[in-house]
Design a protein around this ligand. Structure first.
Ligand SMILES: [Zn+2]
Length: 252
């Protein structure tokens, strides 16, 4: 069993990741990270795919099929399974994660700072502006890690997705957002590994040249995944990510 940091870089497509994430490529070339390209499930929208990444079921199977379907994920998630196994869970994440895992709809005064061991995500810092800086989000995540020493920590930032919506996938701004995320990982990941964490980095969906991600182009569907610090087999589908996380945590 290992503890796990699960990094979800919202809206990162595989092509730009390969071009702009030099730190992660360096880890691969040194033999410390392994890479897989996955095809995201359909529809390629955030809330359905968060539920897929957390539960291991496709959107058609778990039933959350659009972004306005505000409710708790109707099936177990890696966080509820970890909670049930007595593990410590934490997340620095966009508010929809709180809605899928903890309580829906999101109530900022109640949910933004969560410390409730009975909930699937016991310790949470949930933000509600998609302009929330990724650098601040990584600070939030590292604060949760230091304070609670979680067995699983979700780090979920929106900067790449937001920039993609504003400028499209073929823009310098989008590439710069990806480069920034790579730099943030370079600043945090060595400390996570030194503290015994396995790290899984992936995204929910990619982005297209229209600044959207609700189509079936390769630019939208091809998403990257890295596994760093553990010998578990790489997932071959987005529906296998939850099981990989559970195997890292040794909870089935
Ligand atoms: Zn998304």
């Amino acid at each position: 069993m290992s503890r796990c940091v699960f990094v979800l870089l919202d809206g990162l497509n595989a092509h730009t990741a390969r071009r702009c994430m030099g730190y992660l490529l360096a880890l691969e070339q040194a033999g410390h990270a392994r890479y897989a390209q996955l095809s995201c499930e359909l529809p390629p929208l955030s809330r359905p795919l968060y539920a897929t990444l957390f539960s291991g079921l496709s959107p058609v199977e778990h039933g959350i099929l659009h972004n306005d379907d505000v409710r708790i994920c109707p099936t177990s998630t890696v966080f509820s399974r970890a909670r049930d196994a007595g593990l410590v869970t934490a997340a620095a994440a966009w508010l929809w994660v709180s809605e899928l895992c903890n309580a829906a709809p999101f109530v900022p005064a109640r949910d933004r700072l969560t410390n409730a061991p009975s909930l699937p995500i016991a310790h949470g810092l949930f933000y509600s502006s998609d302009l929330y800086p990724d650098a601040e989000l990584f600070c939030d995540a590292n604060c949760l890690l230091a304070q609670h020493k979680p067995d699983i920590l979700l780090v979920h930032c929106m900067g790449i997705d937001t920039t993609g919506h504003q400028h499209g996938v073929e823009s310098r701004a989008y590439r710069d957002a990806v480069r920034e995320a790579d730099g943030l990982l370079a600043r945090s990941l060595p400390n996570w590994l030194a503290n015994g964490y396995t790290v899984l980095v992936t995204s929910d969906h990619g982005m297209d040249e229209d600044g959207m991600h609700n189509d079936t182009t390769d630019s939208v569907r091809r998403v990257p995944l890295w596994l760093i610090g553990c010998p578990q087999p790489l997932p071959e589908a987005q529906t296998q990510v939850a099981n990989v996380l559970c195997r890292i945590l040794d909870i089935g």
